[in-house]
Write a protein that binds this ligand. Structure first.
Ligand SMILES: C[S@@+](CC[C@H](N)C(=O)[O-])C[C@H]1O[C@@H](n2cnc3c(N)ncnc32)[C@H](O)[C@@H]1O
Length: 398
């Protein structure tokens, strides 16, 4: 399966110049992973990673365009409201990077990106999102920056391919500027959660969908049809629903087919004891677990972080905001690995294994929101911010 994307191109003058559909099969596309859980029935389709680029004039993969021009329902940009999280902390981390390209790998509505471009006139933006609705909103918000802001429809683990396409874009400079920052603001945006028709919310009834990219992969409803009890239980446990995982899994799978968020929320609520229902909606964790699996959120993260660190120029920074422990664990591990070069020598003794650190951690542990930030933006309360800087000389300290 090859995904196609519709990308209203933003010209260097900042005007919308047309709609181009280009399909790119990502050569490193991996089979769809469900957090390593077994799947009953046929293998789920492998998602191919597509990147439609602004001003694209032809296929990105040397001639394998599979899509023609397509019509998507593009929501009006003003329907899209997402307040950027920990904006002050993110901007202060970007303050000292050299001039060059900022990659926003989770562009969303473009809140972080617009603020960074305003604060740093020497930055240009390569913005990536897998959600076409987010791209519509971001393009409208970033139009004032003209050719400084270029947007791509892709999964962020295609970051290397997106950068290659951006460098090769028609009219681009022969000597493209270096990548000096990569930002990941993980998870879902407020509009994804708030719009019932996207199927992410247990609070409002809608189709049981949950796909960030509505053109790719199975919906949550289809995924449930393919999971067995052991696999679904393991998925729930992995996402913090330890106590009632098995009974929820059994009840949900017995109630299939489940076509709506309301039906799923109801089955989950009836599967847990009344006392447990008083401690918040029991469907919250179930919905989060399904969402992460439907979008292969954890599977895409490791290759995306590695690609980001590899793309960074010396002195460039990678900043990641994560919102649940599964994400943060991966970020911590990849950053630590890059900061130690994977060195396994005993602490306190000189390194003899030849490991070559490529980054330095910008602070110990994850930063959290201050009370003021959390009050102003409730989503910030669960945010964990980690950041690294690419070393000038790999293996040395600046
Ligand atoms: C929290 S929102 C980002 C909001 C953004 N920082 C802003 O200020 O508007 C996360 C965005 O990342 C996108 N996203 C999540 N996982 C992705 C992935 N693997 N590849 C590309 N985009 C992804 C979602 O579609 C969503 O729009």
């Amino acid at each position: 399966m090859t995904l196609t994307a519709v990308s209203p191109a933003v010209s260097p003058a900042g005007t919308t110049t047309g709609t181009t559909t280009v399909a790119l099969r990502h050569h490193r596309a991996r089979p769809w992973r469900l957090c390593s859980l077994p799947v009953v029935g046929s293998e789920l389709a492998a998602p191919s990673l597509s990147a439609a680029r602004a001003n694209a004039s032809g296929p990105l993969d040397g001639g394998r365009a599979t899509g023609g021009l397509q019509k998507h329902h593009d929501p009006a940009p003003d329907e899209f409201r997402h307040e950027p999280v920990l904006l002050g902390q993110v901007l202060s981390l970007l303050e000292t990077v050299p001039d060059g390209v900022l990659v926003d790998a989770t562009l969303g509505g473009g809140g972080h990106a617009a603020a960074a471009l305003s604060a740093r006139p020497g930055l240009e933006l390569v913005g990536i999102d897998r959600d076409p609705a987010a791209l519509v909103a971001a393009r409208a918000r970033l139009a004032a920056f003209g050719g400084r802001a270029r947007t791509y429809h892709a999964r962020f683990d295609a970051l290397g391919d997106v950068l290659a396409a951006d460098r090769a874009r028609p009219g681009g400079p022969a000597d493209p500027p270096p990548v000096v920052a990569v930002l990941f603001d993980l998870g879902v945006s407020s509009p994804q959660l708030d719009r019932p028709e996207r199927g992410f919310s247990y609070r409002a009834d809608g189709p049981l969908d949950m796909r960030m990219d509505p053109s790719a992969g199975p919906t949550a409803s289809e995924l449930l049809d393919r999971l067995d009890e052991a696999a679904f239980t393991a998925l729930l446990v992995e996402h913090g629903e330890a106590r009632f995982a098995r009974r929820i899994a059994r009840a949900v799978l017995a109630a299939r087919p489940l076509g709506t968020t309301g039906a799923l929320a109801e089955v989950v609520a009836s599967a847990v004891p009344a006392a447990a229902r008083r401690r918040g909606h029991p469907a919250r964790r179930v919905f989060q677990a399904l969402r992460v699996a439907v979008n292969d959120e954890l599977g895409a993260l490791t290759p995306a972080l590695d690609a980001a660190l590899e793309a960074l120029a010396p002195g460039g920074r990678c900043v990641v905001l994560s919102y649940h422990s599964g994400e943060d664990r991966i970020v911590k591990e990849r950053f630590r690995r890059a900061a130690t070069g994977g060195c396994m020598c005993p602490p306190g003794l000189p390194c003899v294994c030849g490991a070559v650190p490529t980054v330095r951690l910008l602070h110990r542990g994850a930063r959290k929101a201050t009370e003021a930030e959390a009050t102003e933006q409730p989503r910030a309360r669960s945010a964990r911010l980690r950041a690294v800087e690419r070393l000038v000389e790999p293996g040395t300290r600046p």
